[in-house]
Write a protein that binds this ligand. Structure first.
Ligand code: UDX
Length: 461
């Protein structure tokens, strides 16, 4: 039954509404979810912030929200960005415009003989869920981060009640959290620029969005985060659907906010198998000029081939990205720098031997699913949690700790590509096999998609 299209009273397929958060790491998973649901026969309407608008997908209905609202403080930047503050402002500024748009869409839909089945929203958009509740539209929530991250967010208030958060002094930071192994207190300090109250509100709303929904969808898979998924099931009191990796279970549709340089794939074709380090810090994290210089010389001095993504806004406090003099000459033939890469294809390329990542969840998941071991350098939000799991639970990488300094970097690269990488790669290959199995017919994620579609079909029309 799950394979059949849900049908409205007037005979048309039912419609699902979606609202992603307007950032790269959130847009792609939501569009991939849309793709999965569309392939099962549902019609798709995508509400989206007018800024950072996704590429249009043929056959979907796109509704921009909040054209003309000021956006300068809605996009977090810097190595330690105030992501939570930006999220609260996005909610506040888009709520009114979303209500207007949703009312309009509901009126149009009524003419078709059935209301939309539900709204699937990013779990960071609690204010939009309140609007949907008011207008009688059931909601499902997509968590684009890992299950471990949601477990940690759920545990945040208890750590505050115990007086552990915010940490009172530096010496506490290393404290292991007995209920959240392998996390330490420092992994729960999601940003040092966000005031504690803002962080508390932001995390409360994320957890609330899950609990107030008809179901939580996660971009992860059971063999990777089974323990954490069970904790979520116990904690949220609504059905939980782990249907990742979404980029694999969908047709892989993506919406890049920057255009990717495909020539790096040709360059990779010429490199030896498993020899190249891929270096990329996602779509938001940045470094200062000194760190850029240290990174450049760390890469050059390692004498290992590398492919390095330096976004136009990768260096904070400067519009100009300045690679040090002599770097290009020194790395000619062994290294390539691009401003945006087709990351999933790169990670899946046989020439890639390792990934130096900031551990955004998408990057972490993509690396795991392509069997690539990691050097972890988390910046903010969930990235410290993801890095901790990479090192301590899945053992497919290690954290590059301390100051970002060329000697440290060079040692880290050699450790990954020459010394300990083999063992880590074997474990990563094992996880890759599991990721491949879970999306096949009868696999855990594919089964969860069936259940999710059944749930959507059973929502009242
Ligand atoms: C943000 C947060 O920082 C992250 O912690 C959270 O888990 C999701 O939202 P971002 O920092 O952009 O995301 O990182 P990530 O989650 O890794 O997403 C980046 C996406 O951009 C990945 O899907 C990656 O494949 C893609 N990408 C990145 C490219 O396609 N090309 C690139 O050159 C770099």
């Amino acid at each position: 039954a799950a394979e059949k299209a849900p049908v409205t009273a007037s005979g048309g397929a039912r419609r699902v509404l979606l609202f992603p958060l307007p950032f790269q790491g959130h847009l792609n998973p939501m569009l991939q979810l849309a793709d999965v649901l569309h392939a099962r026969g549902l019609r798709v309407t995508v509400f989206h912030a007018a800024f950072n608008a996704p590429d249009r997908v043929a056959g979907y209905h796109f509704v921009p929200v909040g054209a003309g609202v000021p956006t300068a403080d809605l996009v977090p930047t810097g190595s330690n960005a105030d992501f939570a503050g930006a999220l609260l402002r996005i909610n506040e500024r888009l709520q009114g415009p979303f209500e207007d748009s949703l009312r309009e869409v509901l009126q149009e839909e009524d003419h078709e003989g059935a209301r939309p089945a539900c709204l699937v929203l990013d779990s960071n958009l609690r204010s939009m869920q309140v609007v949907a509740d008011r207008l009688g539209v059931p909601t499902l929530v997509l968590r684009t981060g890992g299950a471990a991250c949601l477990v940690a967010y759920m545990a945040f208030p208890a750590l505050c009640d115990k007086g552990l958060l915010p940490p009172q002094d530096h010496s506490q930071l290393n404290l292991p959290l007995d209920d959240l192994p392998p996390l330490r207190l420092q992994d729960m300090v999601f940003s040092t620029t966000t005031p504690h109250e803002t962080m508390t509100t932001c995390l409360e709303r994320i957890v609330e969005s899950a609990k107030c929904s008809s179901g939580v969808i996660l971009n992860t898979f059971n063999d990777l985060e089974g323990v954490e998924l069970r904790k979520i099931i116990d904690g949220v009191g609504v059905p939980v659907y782990a249907i990742g990796p979404l980029y694999k279970i969908s047709s892989g549709v993506k919406s890049s906010l920057l255009s990717s340089d495909q020539t790096c794939l040709d360059w990779l074709d010429k490199q030896e198998a498993k020899s190249v380090l891929f270096v990329s810090f996602g779509s938001l994290a940045s470094m200062d000029q000194e760190e850029l210089v240290e990174t450049a010389w760390g890469l050059a001095n390692s004498r290992m081939p590398f492919l390095w993504v330096i976004r136009p806004d990768a260096v904070h406090g400067s519009g100009n990205v300045g690679l040090p003099d002599g770097f290009e000459e020194e790395t000619q033939g062994t290294g390539m720098v691009v401003s945006w890469a087709p990351q999933q294809d790169v990670l899946g390329h046989q020439a890639i031997g390792g990934f130096w990542t900031h551990n955004g969840w998408n990057s972490t998941l993509e690396s795991i699913c392509e069997g690539v071991p990691m050097i972890c350098r988390p910046h903010f939000a969930d990235q410290m949690i993801n890095a901790r799991y990479v090192e301590e639970v899945w053992k497919v990488g290690f954290e590059l700790e301390g100051k970002l300094e060329r000697g440290n970097i060079e040692r880290g690269i050699r450790k990954l590509l020459c010394e300990e990488g083999g063992e880590m790669r074997r474990r990563a290959d094992d996880l890759k096999d599991k990721a491949t199995r879970c999306i096949k017919k009868g696999g855990s994620s594919q089964t969860m998609v069936d259940l999710l579609v059944n749930c959507i079909m059973s929502l009242p029309s």
